[in-house]
Design a protein around this ligand. Structure first.
Ligand code: GMT
Length: 375
């Protein structure tokens, strides 16, 4: 099939999933056309069957706000028409699904029918979507997509609760692609950040308030009081400065490493012992799954879709949002040499449910059904 994928090209989970999905489809022989405003972070170098179409944004002095949605819709029309795409898959409701609908209508007027799948990733529904000013557009887009998927059952229920949905929603969970282990290099890299006897805790996010990154520092402070350890923080965003300040206040600076944005987070995850995700809400928690997939247990909050990914007592532990004492106690429990190995195995095994090999055919099947229906 010839598949167009529309995504946010940044470090966010939705962009990561969309990019990895496209790469996996291309590896299976489908022709994949990414359509967005800059090269997706995880796209990597030249690969067979992958094409990238950049939406250029006009910098015209009349516009205070650039009409990205219109330019995106025009680009979709162009790519569908001239690359002869069979289907569009848009990640995130606004403005991708609304632009897809517009493109579909334009093409219909020219006698071309292009079905589009909308995948909801969470923030489009749980945060942005709750802003009533977006509600009519999001509801319309959901109900006029040829198919809608969510990345967790929890997000499906949230969508049904917040919008008047008249279409079926299929849950297709996120996945992690297999990654070759680093072996000997891993020990060398680890030695640059911690002594052998020190544990390494880790958190990866965009440091937005929903991630509760200051909780990460507070959990670490409590663990650090009982056990020699380091904390590696990956990512950047609005709450980073508050975290740096908190580290100074709590005299933790020598043990907390802020790496900033990192492209291949798997290499960081390979050297850590416990991953922390104390978010206010998460539709899925891709970062936690990525940690589990390299055998790193997770201590997280228990909201949204996280309990569908992190299984309490198996792949890590869950606690109520803000319960940093409880989370710190769980970290210490995992780091106990009597438990660590079993938890690592539990994390790895649990992650296998989200193997690429399990998830990819679900998208292919969905595309096939829609393409056949519209043939
Ligand atoms: O979490 C973010 O701020 C980024 C956001 C996004 O839209 O990329 O992540 C959402 O989608 C990810 C991929 O499906 C999920 O793993 C995250 O849980 C979800 N974030 C939230 O629901 C807050």
């Amino acid at each position: 099939m010839k598949i167009g994928i529309v995504l946010y090209p940044t470090f966010g989970g939705s962009g990561v999933v969309a990019t990895e999905l496209g790469k996996a489809l291309a590896a299976k022989g489908h022709q994949v056309h990414f359509i967005t405003y800059s090269q997706p972070v995880r796209l990597g170098s030249f690969r067979e069957n992958i094409f990238y179409h950049e939406v250029s944004i006009t910098d015209y002095p009349l516009f205070d706000f650039q009409p990205y949605e219109t330019q995106l819709a025009s680009k979709m029309v162009d790519v569908v028409k001239y690359e002869k795409l069979d289907i569009l898959h848009v990640h995130y409701a606004i403005p991708h699904a609304s632009a897809a609908f517009m493109a579909q209508q334009i093409l219909k007027a020219e006698g071309i029918y292009i079905p589009f799948v909308t995948t909801l990733h969470g923030t489009d529904i749980t945060l942005v979507g709750k802003d009533p000013s977006f509600e009519p557009v999001i509801t319309f887009c959901i109900n006029h997509s040829d198919a809608v998927t969510t990345v967790s059952e929890s997000l499906k229920q949230d969508t049904l609760a917040h919008f008047k949905v008249s279409t079926d929603i299929q849950v297709i969970p996120n996945f992690v692609p297999p990654s070759p282990p680093h072996g000997a290099e891993r020990a060398y890299i680890r030695s640059k950040y911690a002594q052998d006897e020190q544990a390494i805790l880790c958190h990866i996010s965009n440091f937005r308030p929903v991630k509760r990154t200051e909780d990460v520092i507070r959990i670490f402070a409590q663990v650090r009081a009982q056990k020699d350890c380091k904390l590696i923080l990956v990512g950047d965003g609005p709450d980073r400065y508050a975290c740096e300040r908190l580290c100074r206040e709590l005299h933790l600076c020598q043990d907390v490493i802020f790496l900033g944005k990192v492209r291949d987070t798997v290499h960081v995850l390979e050297i850590v012992d416990v991953f922390l995700l104390p978010s206010e809400t998460e539709s899925f928690g891709l970062a936690a799954l990525e940690a589990m997939a390299v055998g790193v247990p997770v201590v997280s909050s228990n909201t949204g879709g996280i309990p569908e990914v992190n299984i309490h007592g198996v792949s890590g532990y869950l606690a109520d949002v803000g319960q940093t004492d409880q989370m710190a106690a769980y970290v210490l429990d995992i780091l106990d040499p009597a438990n660590l190995q079993a938890m690592k195995v539990g994390a790895l095994q649990t992650s296998q449910k989200f193997n690429l090999a399990e998830i990819l055919p679900q998208y292919e099947e969905l595309y096939r059904k829609l393409v056949q229906k519209n043939a």
